[in-house]
Design a protein around this ligand. Structure first.
Ligand code: NAI
Length: 693
């Protein structure tokens, strides 16, 4: 039963229990309303206490009902809130743990509230692009005052109960036995005249007009392209200016406007996509992950160091192996410097630096990896080097150890075949800087065991990465798509666009960095090496020559002080380069092309539709299991603007029919052969369907 009721000395104690977070799904809502009715009808009951079962009070709406008619099915959340407010007998909420969103809104409807110290209370709706739609924007300001309510609702950040003690939100904050304390309070107030309701309170602030002026400016400045923070503020403002029910109407109108906005849909897509990415269709909860107590990392270069830090941060000991003392010392020194810089910024305590460094065992002895439960290889990107490392690893690693490769381009199945235990081999593709970037592509080989996948997904959570599963292919999900995006960028230069024009168009669209500034940061030589390989392996794949031309004159990017742009020493600002402009003009002339004016709109379409088209192939081939996985890769690893939801979601919002029509138009232009549409895209567009819908 999701809702249980007992009687303690004339107090009805109603406990609702709906794991994992006590979401207000239909059964809980119905159970609560019925329990309240029963308590009111029972003459033996003097007052009511409501509490959540388990550790949490409630996480709010039941996300399994999100976007389904079930969420509004009566009794809906408003009905529950109304039933609590209408109770003729006092209702005391025993907030036994975190109360978020609808959880806090339901608590706010009661006559009294008791919370346990440490319980987090918040209205996080703004984070998914909506506003609290269960009266939260009207009741919270009445309970905690205008300023605290604005801070909580506009940021979406929760606040611990003890910091809200003394406000009218909480009558008592206790250290333990919150239900006992609520029962005691219920006994005190039972039968004592008029019942207090938050809706009857006045919103307080010593200088509300002045505060609201400042808040409007601040929120407008921080909200960027997101409409939700401002709508939250408007609704809160209504709590101050209007009677309660009129304020509720403002909240309702804001909620409806937001819930149908593209930005909010994109944020919800990202929110659910991230959760969905952690689930693998054929790896159920019955597959038990292996235990990971010790990690080994091979290679202390750019990636090995950052990868190690993730585990040290989570308190997991790491043994890091190198071939040369000098490389080892350099790698360890870089890790230390990173931690010391964090300490200087106040993000780490000095003793934490030593604690983390104390978990690191640097060594030149490969045998030191024999106790590791998970070994991640991050050595040079050459199959021969990987072969020798995996053969050595196979000889010494303990049975059941997971052998992972951080390769960004090589075939994980080939790497697995270097061992006698391909079932234990998996790709763990981190992104640079590996201690910072959220994304982890988990590359599932043909023989990778299910419990290996379950373990890697679980450990990703421990080290706070967003893991997305990819099948084996060149570039996996992210880099395979970015190659098509980069190719279109190059073709635009051939036709006369400048790197700065392309970058600015993409940055205006919302990318953190346009493709050429990004190239300069990552190093143009990396792409050059990949293209040289492609010229041999895939002679049909055509690229613009422009990137080769700038590499030929040593313009590798920030690391050589010049790339697509010029740089000044110690300054990462990108300055347009005359040398590059001259190289590009000559290239356009040599191609016999007339330089043409290209709109920002075309730049965005060429680059983003190229991503979506390759994404469609990736879906078709089963490299990604679902379109949202592709979007999560782009949102967490490639700086795709979150309010646009990722390349697949964005293509859906444009409409696949329109995307296809544009692609057919591009196919008649320069390098038109690069626009062959993926069959899945054609099929969905013709059926009026979408990737993510
Ligand atoms: P790196 O050149 O900075 O570091 C490689 C390190 O491995 C060097 O310190 C080298 O001394 C060491 N090493 C080579 N052979 C070894 C062996 N047999 N035993 C122990 N150590 C050995 O290279 P980076 O950039 O860290 O790349 C490593 C791997 O990560 C490559 O597979 C690369 O494709 C992949 N990767 C690189 C990314 C990047 O942005 N740099 C991003 C994602 C993956």
């Amino acid at each position: 039963m999701p809702v249980n009721q007992t009687l303690q000395d004339g107090i009805a104690v109603i406990i609702f229990d709906h794991p994992p977070v006590n979401g207000f799904g239909f059964a809980v809502r119905k159970g609560l309303v019925e329990a309240l009715e029963a308590a009111n009808a029972d003459p033996a009951v003097k007052a009511v206490v409501v509490s959540g079962g388990g550790k949490m009070f409630s996480g709010g709406a039941d996300i399994t009902e999100f976007n389904t008619p079930r969420a509004e099915q009566a009794p809906n959340l408003h009905d529950v809130i109304a039933a609590i407010e209408a109770s003729a007998k006092p209702v005391v909420m025993a907030i036994n743990g975190t109360a978020l969103g609808g959880g806090l809104e339901v608590a706010l409807a009661a006559h009294y509230r008791v919370a346990v110290r440490g319980a987090l209370l918040g209205l996080p709706e703004v984070k998914i692009g909506i506003l609290p739609g269960g009266g939260g924007t009207q009741r919270l300001p009445r309970a905690v005052g205008l300023e605290t309510a604005v801070n909580m609702i506009v940021s979406g950040e929760p606040v611990a109960a003890e910091h809200l003690a003394g406000t009218r939100l909480l009558d008592r904050v206790v250290d333990s036995d919150v239900v006992g304390a609520a029962v005691a309070l219920a006994a005190e107030v039972a039968g004592k005249g008029e019942l207090p309701l938050v809706r009857k309170l006045k919103v307080e602030h010593p200088n509300a007009e002045g505060f609201l002026d400042v808040a409007r400016n601040t929120v407008a400045a921080m909200a960027g392209p997101f409409p939700a923070p401002m709508k939250c503020l408007e609704a809160i403002e209504a709590s101050f200016r209007k009677p309660f029910d009129e304020g509720l109407a403002v909240e309702r109108a804001g909620f409806i406007a937001l819930v149908t906005s593209t930005e909010s849909k994109a944020l919800r897509h990202a929110f659910f996509g991230e959760r969905a990415a952690s689930k693998i269709a054929d790896v159920g909860s019955d597959v038990k992950p292996r235990e990971i107590a010790r990690v080994g990392v091979i290679g202390a270069g750019t990636m090995g160091g950052g990868i190690s830090m993730n585990f040290l941060n989570a308190g997991i000991p790491v043994t890091i192996v190198e071939t040369k003392q000098e490389a080892l010392d350099r790698g360890v020194a870089t890790i230390r410097t990173n931690y010391e810089n964090s300490a200087k910024k106040g993000k780490l305590k000095p003793e934490q630096v030593e604690q983390r460094m104390g978990l690191l065992t640097p060594t030149l002895e490969f045998d030191a990896l024999k106790d590791a439960d998970l070994v991640i290889e991050a050595v040079f990107e050459e199959l021969g080097v990987k072969e020798s490392v995996f053969k050595q690893l196979d000889a010494i690693a303990k049975p059941g150890a997971i052998l992972a490769s951080n390769t960004s381009t090589l075939d994980v199945d080939k790497i697995a075949a270097f061992t006698q235990r391909p079932q234990d081999v998996v790709g763990m593709h981190f992104f640079s800087p590996a201690n910072v970037m959220k994304l982890l592509e988990v590359v599932r080989g043909k023989k990778t065991a299910k419990d290996v996948l379950a373990t890697v997904m679980a450990i990703a959570k421990t080290i706070r990465k967003t893991a997305v599963v990819s099948g084996v292919c060149d570039g996996f999900i992210g880099n395979r798509m970015i190659e098509q995006y980069g190719r279109q960028g190059g073709f635009l230069l051939d036709e006369g666009a400048s790197p700065q024009q392309v970058d600015q168009a993409m940055e205006k669209f919302g990318f953190a960095m346009g493709p050429f500034r990004m190239g300069d940061l990552a190093g143009n030589d990396i792409g050059w090496a990949i293209r040289k390989r492609r010229y041999v392996e895939k002679p049909d794949m055509v690229y613009s020559k422009s990137a080769d031309l700038i590499c030929e004159v040593g313009r590798f990017g920030q690391k050589t002080g010049k790339g697509w742009y010029d740089y000044k020493p110690g300054d990462r600002t990108a300055y347009p380069s005359e040398e590059v402009a001259a190289i590009l003009e000559k290239n356009t002339r040599d191609l016999g092309l007339a330089k043409r004016a290209i709109s920002d709109e075309e730049i965005v379409q060429r680059l983003v539709f190229a991503l979506a088209n390759e994404g469609a192939r990736i879906l078709e081939e089963g490299i990604a299991a679902k379109a949202s996985d592709i979007d999560i890769v782009y949102l967490t690893g490639y700086g795709f603007p979150v309010w646009r939801g990722g390349p697949m979601f964005y293509a859906d919002t444009v409409g696949l029919y329109n995307v296809l029509a544009k692609m057919r138009e591009f196919a008649r232009g320069y390098q038109g052969q690069s626009w062959a549409p993926a069959p899945l895209l054609v099929e969905l567009a013709e059926a009026g369907q979408s990737f993510t819908g």
